[in-house]
Structure formats: C-alpha cells, structure tokens
Write a protein that binds this ligand. Sequence first.
Ligand SMILES: NC(=O)C1=CN([C@@H]2O[C@H](COP(=O)(O)OP(=O)(O)OC[C@H]3O[C@@H](n4cnc5c(N)ncnc54)[C@H](O)[C@@H]3O)[C@@H](O)[C@H]2O)C=CC1
Ligand SMILES: O=C(O)[C@@H]1CCC=N1
Length: 260
Amino acid sequence: MSSIGIVGGSGMLGSAIAQAWLDSDAVAPGDLWIANRSGTRGDLPAEVTVTDDPAALAGACDTILISIPPAGVPDLHLPAGDKLIFSVMAAVTIADLQRLTGSPRIIRAMSSPAAARRLAYSPWVAAPGASEDDRMVVRRLLSACGTEDALEDEAQLDHFTALTGPVPGFVAWFAAAMTEHAEAQGIPPEAADRAIRQLFRASGEMLAEDPPRAADHVRQMLDYAGTTAAGLQVLEDSPLRGDISKALSAAAQKARDMRP
Ligand SMILES: NC(=O)C1=CN([C@@H]2O[C@H](COP(=O)(O)OP(=O)(O)OC[C@H]3O[C@@H](n4cnc5c(N)ncnc54)[C@H](O)[C@@H]3O)[C@@H](O)[C@H]2O)C=CC1
Ligand SMILES: O=C(O)[C@@H]1CCC=N1
C-alpha cells in the first residue's frame, strides 16, 4: 500500500487506530505518517514518520485520516488536492471536510478507541466524489479496527457518535449503577467491582453472538418468568427506556451543535 497518514494520530482515537493498523499489518510502519501538535514520537516504531506539520503529511501521503478534536478544525491547514480523505471526527461533516481539504474524495466515519483491541464498530458514508477503490481502501482500513458498515445517510453518523463512539460509554453507566447497587447491599466494593466487570465481559461476548439479538435475550428472560423477569418487569414499567433514548438524543444533538 502507498503512504497513509493520520492527522491527530497520537490522540486517544488516532493512536488506537494506528495500533490496529500496525498490529494487523494493514499498514506497514514504513508507510505510516503521524501528525500531532508536538511532533513527538511516543511509543511509535522508528519506521513511522512523525511530524508536527499536517501539510507535510498531506504532501507525502495518498490517504489521509483526520482525527483531531472538532474545535481544532478551523485552524487546521490541510490542502490535499484530490487525495483520499477520511475522518473519524465527531460533528465534522463531509461538506466541512471538502471545504477544509479541497478534495472531492471524502469518506466520513465514526469509530472508537476499541480499535486498539480491534473491537471498534465503524460506520461510514462516502461522498459522491469517492471512487469504488476509495471505498475498498477505507473498508479494509476500518475492518482492521473491528467491524464496519457502509451507510447512505450522513445524518446517522451523529447517532453513532452517541451510540458506539464512546467505549465503554453508556454501557459503563449501567455497570456503575449495578456496582453501586451491589455495594449498597453491603457487598465488599472489591467483590462488587470484580463481579460487575466479569458480568459485562460475559454479557459482551454473549451479545456479540448473533442470533439471538439483544431483544430476544430479554424476551427469553421474561418468558422464563423467574427472578430476572421480576426485575426486568420493573424496568419495562419504568420510564427508563425513554430516558435512554433521551440521553442518546442529547449526545447526538451535542454533535450537531459542535459543527466547526
Ligand atoms: N476519544 C474517543 O473516544 C472518540 C473520539 N472521536 C473523535 O476523534 C477525534 C479525536 O479525538 P481524541 O483522540 O479523543 O482527541 P485527543 O485530544 O486525544 O487527540 C487529539 C490529537 O490531535 C492532535 N492535534 C490537534 N490539533 C492538531 C493539528 N492542528 N495538527 C496536528 N495534530 C493536531 C493532538 O496533538 C492529539 O494528538 C475527535 O474529533 C473526536 O470527536 C470519535 C469517537 C470516539
Ligand atoms: O465524547 C466525545 O465527544 C467523543 C466523540 C464520540 C465519543 N467520544
């Protein structure tokens, strides 16, 4: 593969993606460029080129991933001609990316730091100027980070910014609530912590298997009509489902409000 650069490649998400690419051999270290604010290498292998100049990276690389905070976008100088640009930034639209880089070949994705474990979910939307080859390149690069899906409606990426961008994100809130409940019952905090971490590890693996789907698991437990069903019925009768939807909508709205 030709050179590929990550602007913001030492940040939380950019470094996770770089690690996935290097670990999976999707990108050879000698083909990878990283731009960050300081130009410092950190733990990156010596063959990776590190720069504090995004324009130099854009000059050298055929494919450029942008992963900087949305607030930094107005100050970013990244003339890219017609190179392939792809972004995992929240809030920054395909139109913004076209204005920023001048390139028509844009693919906008959402991903997550779970990429470091090759467990990210990365939905993406291509601009009309992106070719079939461009789509294949990005599909391969995002597959190296976990699973990916091509979508048609760019607006849905704001919802994925809420749903799957943060890891463990909203799931951590449920784990914390269960841990607090266990502690409130007098269970020693260390045991409560270990118990709930193990529960979420096992649940994650079981839910990743398909089928059954999450809703089918719930239905099976309700049908079993045992202890779990008694608790689940309290949730079913509560406003929690609507509140979860409100929370995810607020996060998606924040992404829309953060447009640079
Ligand atoms: N951290 C997360 O969980 C997720 C982050 N994202 C998105 O990823 C993007 C990056 O987020 P994080 O990695 O959390 O940020 P971060 O703050 O950890 O890292 C940002 C990186 O960008 C570099 N940077 C900033 N401005 C730059 C510039 N003008 N030129 C070169 N390098 C520059 C910084 O040196 C740093 O390495 C954001 O747009 C965010 O919305 C998306 C999904 C999840
Ligand atoms: O919380 C945030 O703003 C970032 C974007 C998506 C996930 N984390």
